[in-house]
Design a protein around this ligand. Structure first.
Ligand code: ADP
Length: 723
């Protein structure tokens, strides 16, 4: 059959309706225009499709003839339109399964199709079918969802799996816009996705996207869709191939994975190859108090500490540029508290097999604690170093007697050098002068017992033999029981100052002593002279002058003694003394001077002791004067003597103001006075007990005090009977 209008004579044509001819044909005839709209269909065609003839006219063939539409037919029409040729194809109706032969002819407006059932081709095709069965089988058994669409998006073919999922028959959907496929017919978002995807695929792009849909049995499934165009030999898009991969399981597993990633204590992020962050886990969002949308892109960087931000961004940009792993430390603000914590940010480029970066995946780990302890360690090291570098304090580390480490100050003080140190030549025991050995040993006993040593004054013998006055203290190191750290403060300046003060006191007291002696002598002479002349009243006035003179004399005497003690020149004359008698004498003197106090002496009977009588008298006078000075008038002072085979202990007890516990040792130091408002009015220079302690020490004895504030004090002097 031709595809142009039949060429009949005009007269015949006047009576003859050419189309009626077609009605008689045993073949089904359908005329389509270029866009596939049915312009004509004969009665047989209507029968074949099972519809009224009128229903077909004006409709797109793919939409109203599902029983005819197959990909073969679609391809054939497509070919006829573009190649202008007439040809035949044989194909099987997807509905009736009958074999059809179609003759296609190009018409001026489109294509004429003539369908003829042909039993002969049945056999031939059965053979052929066997060879093409794989295609059918594939389509039917394919576990994926497959559909073929016209470039406009009308469904040409769809596999059973998709039909089952949608709960529809092939006829119900073939030829209809795929956007209206029942699986998403009521989901405008997905329909829009399809519309866009079809548009892109029509232009030749491969389109990938995922859709989450609900099957007609109510099962939620996730499909990964790929939409690609099939081109004919003229490179025209012939139809679109659509494959939907069921990734429900994968999506589920992925979802679980994401849940896991969300929950891990680290921050996790994913970025595109250009550095745009597309995912941040829940932890990061919770910490920064940002929504996932706020943290995306480069929003995350706003939570970085302003001081760290630029550096972190520079490192990140460099990593993106070079494709090398990203690693940087920076602080991130806790959006809920406003506090910053240190994090270690790391990122790895994830690459495709050919090496292009697909995306970046990274983490941020909280290293704040680590940073803080590092900083604390650094600070403490710096502090120790500063101390070591100090040019005031000499610092040494000693293992037993050998100094193994020393700062420059110590080396400068003692004249040693680093070589001596390396060769372990510096031995602090050998550097101790003989007179300080006992005190040094005491210090080290204390160190061994209490792990620390109360600072005390001593001297070191320097490398050149010169003496260096120092104040030393120390602590044991925790890790090594043989190792201790000592500090040595150069005491030279203080010692020098003290020396000058001593020199001054020595000179002043000597200078005062002579004129005072002259004044005293003249006053006595004048008094005697006046008494002889009978001016007794005036003579009595002069007597009153003698008492202050005696006080000044005592003061000068003390000053001179202190100077002598300092210079090691206080002299002693030893003889046998009866201590009991000596105590009686001194008690009487003090009682006379302080009639308001009751001084009670518990007699111990005579006994002898070798000592300097004047000096020991000075000791007891001092202690008894203090007892009366620091106790209220009317109170009692008790003097007792305890004698053993070895020693005698004299105790002097008052009921006065008492001495604070922590100052009981200090009162024996030179010029030391207790700072107490109650004794502010009591005159004194803090020399008495210093002289007393020195005299007792020179006699081989000891002195100690027990006291309670407001209750009184007891001084105990113990002197050995045999020296
Ligand atoms: P002075 O009495 O001249 O101040 P001392 O050396 O004799 O100097 O005494 C030192 C300090 O000890 C005194 O200033 C005082 O604070 C304290 N002290 C000495 N004896 C007593 C005592 N019996 N009761 C209370 N405090 C005392």
């Amino acid at each position: 059959m031709g595809h142009d209008a039949p060429s009949a004579s005009p007269s015949l044509a006047a009576h003859f309706e050419p189309m009626s001819l077609l009605e008689t044909l045993s073949d089904a005839a359908i005329f389509l225009d270029a866009s596939g709209i049915i312009q004509y269909a004969n009665a047989k065609a209507a029968t074949l499709l099972g519809v009224e003839k009128q229903e077909l006219l004006g409709k797109i063939v793919w939409q109203c003839a599902p029983s005819l539409v197959t990909i073969t037919l679609y391809q054939a029409v497509h070919t006829a339109l573009y190649t202008q040729t007439s040809f035949q194809v044989e194909y099987r109706s997807p509905v009736t399964q009958a074999w059809l032969r179609i003759h296609l002819s190009r018409t001026s407006q489109g294509v004429a199709l003539f369908f003829a059932e042909d039993a002969n081709i049945q056999r031939r095709h059965d053979l052929f079918r066997q060879s093409t069965q794989w295609y059918q089988d594939l389509l039917e058994n394919l576990s994926e969802h497959v559909a073929l669409l016209t470039p406009e998006g009308l469904l040409l073919e769809v596999n059973p799996r998709s039909l089952t999922a949608a709960g529809v028959t092939r006829e119900e959907v073939i030829g209809k816009p795929f956007t209206q496929f029942p699986l998403w017919a009521s989901t405008p978002d997905i329909q829009e996705q399809w519309r866009v995807a079809i548009g892109q695929a029509r232009k030749g792009e491969d389109v990938h996207f995922e859709v989450e849909i609900c099957t007609h049995t109510g099962q939620d499934i996730v499909l990964a869709i790929t939409l690609t165009a099939h081109h004919d030999i003229n490179q025209q898009v012939e139809y679109l191939i659509c494959v939907g991969l069921d990734i429900t399981k994968r999506a589920y597993v992925e979802e679980e994975l994401w849940d896991l990633i969300d929950a891990i204590p680290h921050f996790v992020w994913i970025a595109q190859p250009d550095g745009t962050v597309i995912y941040n886990n829940r932890r990061l969002c919770e910490y920064t108090a940002m929504t996932p949308q706020q943290a995306q892109g480069d929003g995350w960087s706003t939570s970085l500490h302003p001081d760290d931000r630029q550096h972190a961004l520079d490192v990140w940009q460099a990593a993106i540029r070079t494709g090398t792993p990203y690693e940087v430390e920076h602080r991130i603000c806790n959006g809920n508290t406003g506090e910053y914590r240190w994090f270690l940010a790391r990122g790895m480029p994830l690459k495709a097999s050919q090496g292009t970066i697909l995306y970046w995946a990274g983490t941020c780990t909280d290293i704040d604690e680590q940073k803080r302890s590092e900083a604390a360690l650094r600070q403490s090291r710096e502090r120790v170093q500063t101390l070591m570098d100090s040019n005031i304090i000499g610092i040494i580390v000693a293992e037993d007697d050998i100094i193994v480490e020393a700062n420059d100050t110590f080396l400068r003080m003692t004249g040693y050098n680093r070589d001596d140190l390396r060769q372990r030549k510096i031995n602090w025991v050998q550097m101790t002068p003989p007179e300080y050995v006992t005190r040094t040993q005491q210090g080290h006993q204390e160190l061994a017992l209490h792990q620390r040593m109360t600072p005390y004054e001593k001297e070191y013998v320097g490398k050149d033999g010169s003496r260096v006055p120092v104040l030393v203290g120390g602590v044991m190191t925790r890790l090594n029981p043989h190792q201790a750290i000592y500090f040595a403060l150069d005491n030279s300046a203080r010692k020098e100052l003290e020396q000058r003060k001593d020199d001054f006191l020595n000179m002043a007291s000597h200078e005062l002593k002579t004129p005072l002696a002259v004044i005293k002598m003249r006053a006595q002479l004048a008094r005697r002279h006046l008494e002889k002349q009978g001016h007794l009243e005036v003579a009595a006035t002069l007597t009153k002058v003698e008492e202050p003179i005696r006080q000044i004399e005592r003061l000068i005497g003390d000053l001179l003694d202190v100077s002598k003690i300092q210079a090691g020149r206080l002299e002693y004359t030893y003889e046998s003394i009866d201590i009991n008698a000596l105590l009686h004498e001194t008690t009487e003197i003090i009682q006379q001077m302080n009639p308001g106090h009751a001084i009670v002496m518990h007699d111990a009977g005579p006994f002898a002791l070798v000592g300097d009588k004047n000096r020991l008298e000075q000791v007891f006078i001092n202690l008894l004067s203090n007892a009366t000075k620091y106790s209220p008038p009317g109170s009692t002072v008790e003097v007792a003597c305890d004698i053993s085979a070895e020693a005698v202990t004299v105790s002097i007890r008052d009921h006065g103001i008492g001495i604070p516990q922590e100052q009981c040792e200090k009162i024996f130091e030179r010029f030391y006075r207790v700072f107490d408002p109650r004794q502010r009015k009591v005159p004194g220079l803090g020399m008495g007990l210093y002289i007393v302690a020195e005299i007792v020490r020179q006699h081989g004895g000891t002195i100690a005090v027990e006291s309670e504030i407001g209750q009184g004090s007891t001084f105990r002097v113990t002197l050995p009977l045999h020296r």
